[in-house]
Design a protein around this ligand. Structure first.
Ligand SMILES: O=C(O)CCC(=O)C(=O)O
Ligand SMILES: [Fe+2]
Length: 349
């Protein structure tokens, strides 16, 4: 395991320039966002001009109230009552890379018309009966959906997409099949064979992670040679750095769909959680995803950048292309391997 030396930390990008059309900093902010996506795949997104910090703090309080309930109360909204993925999952129910994760969670997905709980992900969300829980989280979901569109447009600007190209991409994400997890992490026992959440890439489009202020829990794997100093690399030639929460920011990372859209120019980055502190940690990732039926194909704008780079380096062999993916098919495959009972793991490759 690598030693984390030096002050390496993720870039901070403010959403503010993208909140109004006339903001003169839009282009430079989009360029910084592009660099964050090519170099790290992870960044802090400063949303202090978009949401009041008291909102996610209240969500954390509500999450604690739920996780503190007796186990049989929590089981009343178990995923086993529903479509197998919407609802509460016990501690160690999630498995990553063959090892149980030391967390419990509630998962919510975009509601569907004509729910049918015999079909994976096609059932209904299950809400705790704690007063104002659903109201407060529903407000958050709406804000994160809008934020998803705002950041997607900023990324389109950063990639140099034409208005027509952006309109086409927008039509694949304008009815996002979003996912929200509310995760509770008790301290990781020293002798635990596994992690709080094992190393994985997120499989969708953009993740907006709000986490309580607990330091030292979330770690991100950097493997760009320019970002990693030689002394501190792991056997894989990379380095794990902490991504501690910054007030007013969510941690944002790109998922595997962006890797396909950009034909590998933006990499989806490995991350994991090791919560060894003494408190009970809560995090609330919102996964802004493509539409269920979106056909995800490498974008011309990304290919233009790759071709220009190759021309400047006089590379001759043809550019390798990522295979197209229908997002909903990809999601169903991932969900099939999520849980202890199905053996493989939520966050497995
Ligand atoms: O809890 C965290 O900090 C990260 C969780 C995560 O990576 C995920 O749910 O995909
Ligand atoms: Fe993740």
């Amino acid at each position: 395991m690598g030693r984390a030396t030096g002050p390496a930390s993720l870039p901070v990008i403010s959403v503010e320039p993208f909140l109004s059309l006339g903001n003169p900093e839009r282009l430079s902010a989009a360029a910084a966002l592009h660099n964050a996506c090519t170099d790290y795949g992870f960044f802090y997104l400063d949303i202090s001009s978009y949401v009041d910090p008291s909102e996610p703090e209240e969500l954390t309080r509500l999450a604690h109230a739920f996780f503190a309930l007796p186990q049989d109360e929590k089981e009343k909204i178990s995923i086993s009552n529903e479509d197998g993925v919407r609802g509460y999952q016990r501690l160690k129910d999630n498995v990553t890379n063959g090892k149980a994760d030391n967390h419990e969670a509630i998962d919510f997905f975009r509601p569907v018309a004509n729910p049918d709980k015999t079909k994976t992900v096609w059932g209904e969300n299950q809400w705790p009966s704690i007063p104002s829980f659903k109201e407060k989280y529903d407000i958050w979901i709406e804000k994160m959906k809008k934020l998803g569109l705002i950041v997607m447009e900023a990324m389109a600007i950063g990639l140099g997409m034409t208005p027509e190209e952006w309109a086409r991409l927008r039509s694949q994400i304008d009815d996002s099949f979003w996912v929200m997890r509310i995760i509770g992490y008790p301290p990781l026992p020293n002798d635990f064979d596994g992690f709080s959440c094992g190393a994985h890439k997120d499989y969708g489009c953009l993740t907006f992670l709000y986490a309580d202020p607990t330091p030292g829990a979330l770690q991100v794997f950097l493997n760009q040679p320019s970002l990693v100093d030689g002394d501190s690399t792991t056997n894989d030639g990379g380095r794990w750095i902490s991504a501690d929460p910054i007030p007013g920011c969510v941690v944002c990372n790109i998922g595997e769909m962006w890797e396909v859209w950009t034909n590998g120019l933006y990499k989806s980055t490995l991350h994991r959680v090791l919560h060894r502190g003494s408190n009970y940690r809560v995090s609330i990732p919102f996964f802004f995803e493509a539409n269920f039926d979106a056909l995800v194909v490498p974008l011309s704008a990304a290919r233009r950048i790759q071709e220009a780079d190759r021309a400047s380096r006089e590379l001759k062999e043809p550019l390798k292309m990522y295979e197209p993916i229908v997002y909903g098919d990809f999601l169903l495959k991932k969900l099939a391997g999520n849980y202890a009972t199905s053996g493989q793991g939520r966050y497995a490759d």
